[in-house]
Write a protein that binds this ligand. Sequence first.
Ligand code: DAT
Ligand code: MG
Length: 214
Amino acid sequence: MFAKLAASAALRNARAFASRAAPAARASAMPLAIGAGAAVAAFAAPLALEGPRTIAGEYKTASERSFVMIKPDGTSRQIVGKIIDRFESRGYKLVAIKSVVPSEELAKTHYKDLASKPFYPALVKYITSGTPVIAMVWEGKDIIRQGRRMVGATNPLEADPGSVRGQYAVSVGRNIIHASDGFDSATHEIGLWFNESELAEYEPAAWGQIMADN
Ligand code: DAT
Ligand code: MG
């Protein structure tokens, strides 16, 4: 019985992870720490970018994942630890994290939906300033929606004072942090910044306590 279940789960996973290849720009995500991870990444399995279960998990389940990035001003302001602490303490699982100095191609791809906006060139210049960003994948219940709430409104002057932007920022051009705004963008962004082999599958010791609904 167990073997049968395990076999069908393996088949489901194989199907889920056999989707189309990741975008070309992903190759320009340059982790600062080049080591075993980078070597393994070259042989990574194709990323699941389509279907109900993607590299962003399954929407509206505890496996849901979001791409969260501390931007260069957050790194420069030395508040990386404080921001990570918010997500950890809330009960979200850190699936992946790396420091990246984004290339122009990567920054432009990440913000491609904003290409026609007047602030786009300055936005790309700022993201590619040379100061690293901290790229992360967080997992857990309602992480995409809660991540946006924890980050706060795009304009920090409109952000809830308890949010990251509401606590640490006053300018829209230096609003500290990014979080995926939906399941499709979470899938696309995780696929852009990470390889499959960089995304961990594990259960934190406190997971049962964090997830219990009764
Ligand atoms: P968000 O980051 O909240 O998802 P967005 O996707 O609309 O917001 O824009 C991406 C980033 O672009 C945003 O975090 C900061 C910058 N930006 C947005 N609107 C701007 C504006 N009016 N002037 C300057 N920068 C802006
Ligand atoms: Mg956005």
